[in-house]
Ligand binder design. Structure first.
Ligand code: NAP
Ligand code: MG
Length: 489
């Protein structure tokens, strides 16, 4: 295997079209979670790098080629970037797998494929965003209309579970809307974001339109949130950090979009296509080693089919090969870090201590890398930590239901601080629609394993977030609306 050129020297940051090192000289190792080895070092930026990046983004926003660029030209640049992602897809997938441990095939098909599709979807919005004329009832003769304008300089803060696709899912609508950006990748996973930066440069985006500052959350991330020159923050990550950002963003009343955690319920009714439901339930919690905000982590299954369904999911869990991402044998890679492995194991232990039974998995694998077995817990109760808190690992908790009314069942599903996603498996239309209405979650899937499409808004109710990504709403989130009223008298 030839290593990508990016790894041949310490990583730099992209500020104002130049590759630079943080002025403090501080660096951190970037680790391969499949074997715990160092891949390369990244530069740790702080307030000074963020300030330079924000100034560059401001200049690019207010003057220069980007500010004058017609929407159709922005579309073309975004489409070119999508093509470049695909042309460099094998290398990007390799970087993503080295940095996250996810199976290489998955990185290539899903992570890189999704990122390219996301760019293409949003590229089209550059020419389609628009205001409206309004019929006003003011005395006299008026011409009144709204204008949609880019919000300005946006700070994009992303996590480590789907590094490239998350970065692109924020960059694409922001650029389509005409904003300029400062991106901070997660400290654990800077590789694909920096390679993306190289491609952005090569394609010819003007300097300062996309800046990438690597560094720690409480330093570089916090500096972005504190900076008075940033007009909006779009953050994906933990609910704890999401809440803490609000106070800092209050300084200049930045717009804030938050895509946070989840504890999403999956309901399997007795009349469901059980084989498909079991496949989807297993994939929904074990895919990406459970490190997915919309993971279906709470299973509710009807008592009459519970033995069969739980046994089916357990068999699927046992059949999954836990291995390094580069191994052709890999179905499930490691979790992202030793710390995340401890966190996941801590939850499994707390489940055991509170009386849950581990029917499969439940152990970390010895040796190199941060591996955890796919785990299924039964006899879980709604008050247990494993049922209440987001684990962000391959751990499914299961609960049974009898002939509860749909109202009671939905209330059990809604008994959580979160409200990101939910799945319903039934052949009964009435059950499907009634449950879909009652669930307090931003996303409902019916008889569907995965339903992520860039045309569909994605985001959370309750403590799963603020705002929506994707769809028209996702691009409009990077705009301000201006009302213009002209007195024609
Ligand atoms: P996190 O701390 O919320 O990290 C998300 C992003 O925010 C990272 O880029 C992080 O930088 C940055 N950040 C951290 N503190 C910040 C601050 N004070 N100001 C500005 N930015 C800041 O999440 P994590 O620690 O990586 O993961 C912890 C848990 O969060 C997981 O176990 C999981 O439960 C949840 N999580 C949810 C999602 C999701 O998609 N909803 C994604 C990831 C994690 P650093 O990387 O440098 O910390
Ligand atoms: Mg963190």
């Amino acid at each position: 295997m030839t290593l990508p050129a990016l790894l041949s020297q310490p990583l730099k940051m992209l500020i104002d079209g130049e590759w630079v090192t943080g002025h403090s000289g501080a660096r951190m190792d970037v680790i391969n979670p499949s074997n715990g080895q160092v891949l390369v070092q990244e530069s740790l930026g702080g307030a000074r790098e963020v300030d330079l990046a924000v100034q560059a983004a401001r200049r690019a926003f207010e003057s220069g080629p980007w500010a004058r660029m017609r929407p159709a030209e922005r579309t073309r640049l975004l489409l070119k970037l999508a093509d470049a992602l695909e042309q460099n897809g094998d290398e990007l997938a390799l970087l993503e797998t080295l940095n996250t441990g996810k199976p290489l095939k998955m990185a290539r098909a899903f992570d890189i494929g999704m990122a390219a599709e996301c760019l293409r979807y949003n590229a089209g919005w550059a020419t389609k965003l628009s205001g409206e004329t309004r019929n006003v009832s003011l005395p006299g003769d008026w011409h009144a209309y709204t204008l949609r304008e880019p919000v300005g300089v946006v700070g994009l803060i992303v996590p480590w579970n789907v590094p490239l696709a998350m970065a692109v899912s924020k960059i694409s609508p922001a650029l389509a809307a005409g904003c300029t950006v400062v991106l901070k990748p997660a400290e654990l996973t800077p590789l694909t974001a920096l390679r993306l930066g190289e491609l952005i440069q090569a394609i010819g985006f003007p300097p300062g339109v996309v800046n990438i500052v690597t560094g720690l959350g409480h330093e570089a991330g916090q500096a972005i949130v504190d900076h008075p020159g940033v007009d909006k923050i779009s953050f994906t990550g933990s609910t704890v950090v999401g809440k803490s950002l609000l106070a800092s963003a209050a300084g200049n009343l930045k717009r804030v979009a938050l895509e946070l955690g989840g504890k999403s319920p999956v309901f399997i009714f007795a009349d469901a296509d059980l084989d498909r439901a079991m496949d989807a339930a297993a994939r929904g919690i074990f895919g990406n080693t459970g490190q997915v905000c919309a993971a279906g982590s709470r299973l509710f299954v009807h008592r009459s089919v519970a033995d069969r369904v739980i046994e089916g999911i357990v068999q699927r869990a046992r059949a999954l090969r836990v291995a390094p991402g580069l191994s052709p044998e890999c179905d499930i890679g490691p979790v992202i870090s030793a710390r995340q492995r401890e966190r996941v194991m801590g939850y499994i232990d707390s489940g055991r201590a509170e009386g849950a039974e581990v029917v499969t998995g439940g152990e970390a694998l010895q040796g190199e890398g941060f591996f955890v077995q796919p785990t299924v817990l039964v006899n879980t109760r709604p008050d247990m930590k494993v049922v209440r808190e987001e684990i962000f690992g391959p751990v499914l908790s299961t609960q049974l239901f009898d002939d509860d009314s749909l109202e009671q069942l939905a209330a059990r599903g809604n008994d959580t601080e979160y409200g990101l996603s939910s799945s319903i498996w039934t052949r009964d239309l009435r059950t499907a629609h009634q449950m879909a209405r009652r669930l307090r979650a931003g996303n409902v899937r019916v008889n569907a394993a995965a339903a992520l499409d860039f045309a569909m808004p994605f985001g959370g109710y309750k403590q799963s977030g603020w705002g929506r990504e994707n769809g028209r709403e996702g691009v409009e989130a990077y705009t301000e609306l201006k009302s213009v009223a002209i007195d024609l008298n």
